[in-house]
Design a protein around this ligand. Structure first.
Ligand code: ATP
Length: 428
């Protein structure tokens, strides 16, 4: 066992060290063995910042989480079935506290049955060697690394390796995880693990994943800093064949995919009303810009939650409409540009920028956010229109649109001119 106290003091921030020391105190007081595990240990050894702490307790993890909550004046959410709790402390990311457990799979890809066990068995149920290390936080051997599967050597060699041959059968989500860690850390999946991945993909193990789990993995993967590398690897390993073969099967979609990162960087300088969610744009590129049948099939397969489904359908319609509008050769009027963009979510704006080879698009987006959004403000309100003798009703919408268009196009610039316009268009 290797002493990593030196790494802890040199690589972690003071508040992290203080927290781990406090965990050790509570563990000693309650006479349980506690470990920090998984990604936190991996990133400590790699000297990568990671603020997500996962604790494993040889004993009752939920009770231990409650003790920590008492000490730090925090709160817990408990998941009795799995013997885990999430500890919420003010001013820091939540901390997962688990009872050391073994997992068995009643059938492939199902959620596992769990039983309390030792740290050794807990580490043996994990995905890859580099994620299966722990640092002891209490008793004899405090701040010693527990590395039962050669994780540290694999970290040095830059390898992603499963712990046993059944790993992807037990949980096909690990296919996505392997790609994610490989690409994020710029590692390589080792030869035998890659063989196991290919065979899991060929045997359609992905089919056994529920829509929710598949959707969740896609979301996490597309939230990586550079998801395109992951997507490219998925393509190479034929992972999309197992989801929908039509995904990214032409240059158009692949070109868009590759432009999203730089488009997002460009758009960062634009004062957009809501900041686009990057993973969603990648997700759209994969699934939304496919034909209707593929879209519907994917929607069923991924069991899109209602809110995402609604958002995607309306964004999809707006995107197709806008692509048509922008394909026109003629210059668009400011009000036309405003009316197109004001319907779009910020994600679709990025998608349009990435998808449209039309050179004017960037200019239009800049004009919209920097100029037209501000000039679209009108002074007259409903009371003013009633005061001018108009009947309240649906027609007010047309009046406001006409006023807004005129403002954006520079045809009216004051309240008096707004009144003149309403009189000439709607009251004569
Ligand atoms: P990240 O930096 O992406 O958060 P992480 O390693 O912390 O990486 P989590 O998804 O938070 O990843 O999981 C924490 C730990 O739980 C992992 O390091 C791994 O040991 C284990 N784990 C998570 N998912 C699985 C899985 N599907 N199969 C086996 N072990 C898993």
């Amino acid at each position: 066992m290797k002493d990593v106290s030196g790494l802890i003091t040199t690589r972690l921030k003071a508040d992290h060290i203080a927290f781990l020391n406090s965990v050790a105190e509570v563990a000693a007081h309650n006479q349980v063995s506690v470990y920090v595990v998984g990604g936190f240990v991996r990133d400590l050894l790699l000297n990568i910042k990671n603020v997500d702490i996962d604790l494993v307790v040889e004993g009752d993890g939920i009770v231990f989480a409650e003790k920590l909550a008492e000490k730090f004046n925090g709160r817990t959410s408990k998941y009795k079935k799995f013997g885990t709790a999430t500890l919420m402390l003010q001013g820091r990311p939540s901390i997962d506290v688990a009872t050391a457990r073994t997992e068995s799979y009643s059938c492939p890809a199902a959620l596992p049955d769990v039983e309390p066990s030792s740290i050794k068995q807990d580490l043996a149920r994990r995905d890859f060697t580099v994620n299966s290390m722990a640092v002891k936080l209490s008793g004899r051997g405090t701040f010693y690394l527990i590395d039962l599967f050669g994780g540290e050597i694999d970290l040095k060699d830059g390898l992603i390796r499963v712990l046993h041959d059944q790993s992807f059968v037990d949980d096909p989500c690990r296919l996505f995880r392997a790609i994610r860690f490989e690409q994020r850390l710029e590692f390589c999946v080792n030869g035998p693990t890659k063989q196991l991945m290919r065979s899991a993909i060929k045997n359609n193990l992905i089919d056994q994943l529920s829509g929710d789990r598949l959707m969740n993995e896609m979301k996490i993967l597309l939230s990586e800093a550079d998801p395109v590398r992951c997507v490219d690897r998925m393509r190479e390993l034929l992972l999309f064949q197992a989801i929908a073969p039509e995904i990214l099967d032409d240059d158009f979609h692949w070109t868009i995919m590759n432009k999203i990162h730089s488009t997002l960087a460009w758009a960062d300088m634009i004062p957009m009303t809501t900041k686009p969610e990057a993973w969603f744009i990648y997700f759209y590129t994969l699934f939304m810009i496919t034909d209707d049948n593929v879209f519907k099939r994917m929607m069923m397969r991924l069991n899109f939650p209602g809110n995402i489904y609604g958002r995607m359908c309306s964004d999809r319609e707006c995107f197709v409409e806008a692509m048509n509008d922008f394909s026109e050769e003629r210059e668009l009027k400011p009000s036309e540009i405003y009316n197109i963009f004001s319907k779009q979510s910020s994600e679709v704006v990025i998608l349009l920028l990435a998808a449209c080879s039309n050179k004017r698009m960037k200019e239009y987006v800049e004009l919209y956010f920097k100029k037209y959004c501000a000039s679209a403000k009108i002074e007259l309100n409903g009371d003013d229109l009633i005061g001018m003798g108009m009947e309240p009703g649906a027609s007010f919408k047309d009046v406001f649109k006409a006023l807004r268009d005129a403002r954006i196009n520079g045809q009216v610039t004051s309240r008096d001119e707004e009144i003149d316009l309403v009189e000439s268009l709607f009251l004569k």
